[in-house]
Write a protein that binds this ligand. Structure first.
Ligand code: NAG
Ligand code: NAG
Ligand code: NAG
Ligand code: NAG
Ligand code: NAG
Length: 235
């Protein structure tokens, strides 16, 4: 939307309506596409979508076109390619209820950390917990799960005001912040927090199924976030 407004009416005419639910997927022929998910009649959840209108162009920069080419979705991937995503900045204790249940005083300044793009993974997959994370150390705590709101920044935004902040947002998605609390905090008796050891393993940042643009979510403050623990796989 932002880019469209700065273009001439002639160029505007060649660009179709902006996307609603941006997905990235493997199609029948094994090719990877970005698309605007076509929802089944009964749901707004793009994980049920079987088809999408192919999107051409630069998603992160917001300069893209939703075409009329429809492709089958065989497998959903993370809405943006991990290697195209670059910085993943995370905010700790962003939910007051989470801080309360962990008995932690909400800090005056937020705790910030990064996940590497190698942690990013498709939605609905298995989270790999390698042997070292299963066995090492005298940790008093282990794997933990947290549902998160992913905010995808679509333009350069340095030192902007709070009023300008949402203008830099391309859209929102569901995400999962996988942690090993032992490596992160307990360290087998050594009180040296290591967010990177506890949160950055390959595949510990699944997200999706879709990146919902501001046309779907004009006000993120209205969103509710929850998670369901479906099963626990122990190997
Ligand atoms: C919607 O329909 C699909 C089949 O078309 C089904 O797989 C899915 O469970 C349904 N979703 C809901 C939320 O009822
Ligand atoms: C948008 O993408 C088109 C097609 O790749 C390109 O020609 C155009 O220069 C781009 N516009 C902007 C503002 O980046
Ligand atoms: C937080 O404190 C309550 C009350 O003292 C206790 O029941 C609970 O186990 C504590 N939670 C954690 C994560 O330590
Ligand atoms: C675990 O703690 C015990 C007892 O303090 C110690 O003997 C052992 O070396 C520790 N093991 C590891 C892997 O740190
Ligand atoms: C942000 O902008 C303000 C006002 O121009 C300036 O005082 C401040 O130093 C800037 N901060 C950074 C990190 O550049």
């Amino acid at each position: 939307m932002r880019i469209l407004s700065s273009l001439s009416p002639l160029v505007l005419f060649s660009i179709s309506a902006s996307a609603l639910r941006i997905v990235r997927f493997i199609s029948d022929n094994g090719e990877i596409f970005h698309g605007d998910a076509i929802l089944p009649a009964n749901t707004t959840d793009a994980s049920f979508s079987k088809t999408a209108k192919v999107i051409k162009g630069d998603i992160i920069g917001g300069n893209f076109t939703v075409t009329n080419e429809i492709r089958n979705i065989n497998k959903l991937l993370s809405p943006l390619a991990p290697e195209a995503t670059r910085s993943v900045r995370c905010v700790g204790f962003n939910y007051a209820t989470h801080a309360e249940e962990a008995n932690i005083t909400i800090p005056d300044f937020p705790i910030l950390f990064y996940k590497p793009w190698t942690a990013l993974a498709p939605p609905n997959g298995k989270v790999p917990v390698t042997e070292g994370y299963q066995t090492q150390g005298n940790f008093t705590s282990t794997m933990d799960y947290e549902a998160e709101l992913v905010v995808v920044i679509g333009k350069k935004a340095f030192n902007i005001t709070e009023d300008e902040a949402l203008d830099a947002v391309l859209g929102y998605a569901a995400g999962y912040d996988v942690s090993h609390r032992g490596w992160q905090i307990d360290r087998g008796g050594q009180p040296q927090p290591q967010f990177s050891m506890g949160k950055d393993a390959d595949g510990w940042g699944p997200w999706g199924p879709a990146l919902l643009t501001k046309d779907v979510i004009p006000d993120p403050q209205t969103l509710k976030i929850w998670q369901e623990l479906v099963s626990y796989l122990k190997t």
